[in-house]
Design a protein around this ligand. Sequence first.
Ligand code: FE
Length: 227
Amino acid sequence: MNLDALFALNCGMYVISAHYEGEINGCIINALIQVTAFPPQVIASLNKESYTLSLIKQGKYFGVSVLDRDTPLQVIGLFGFRSGRHTKKFDQVEYFLGKTGVPILSEHIVAYVEAKLVRSMDAGTHEILLGEVVETDFVNAEAVPMTYDYYRSVKGGKVPRTAATFKAEKVELEEVERYRCRVCGYVYDSRFGDPDSGVPAGTRFSDLPDTWVCPICGVGKDQFEKV
Ligand code: FE
């Protein structure tokens, strides 16, 4: 069995969100899809340890912010690698409350969905939620939705950024430096720099300021290894 083959299944990049008794939170998921049209329903899979899941189960509604392809890594890191038990994630972004009260990102999204929780199913490490769509609209219909594959391969730097659609600046260097984050797998590539953090293309890893942190998970340079 080659589990890498499962990466061939198309997935998106979403912030799923909830509110309950004044608490709001959200986290990144990639497993979400529309499953019926009449009525419109979606399913989403969330890790059981997720704080957002506990808010959804109590509040009975969830929001989905469909991230666009240019979403900065810091936003993905904030919602994907921090827990809402310790971080007020929505204090660090622009958002609005939908008609069901769930928070929706105002920036970096193509569209949003609000759904009423119909039922949930135990799936081992995860719980699968079935939700009926009660509101949905575009926020920026011209933007391109980010796929999980694009995030993995291009934004996260895990493979060379050679995708035809990749628009970031690249400089030719005699010696290319690539360093991988031991915590989240993000790869710093000196040809591209880290434009989301203001680091220009062509910056050597050793020349990154000591204040630079992994744009996804926030750890320091000492947590990186050469690849
Ligand atoms: Fe990292």
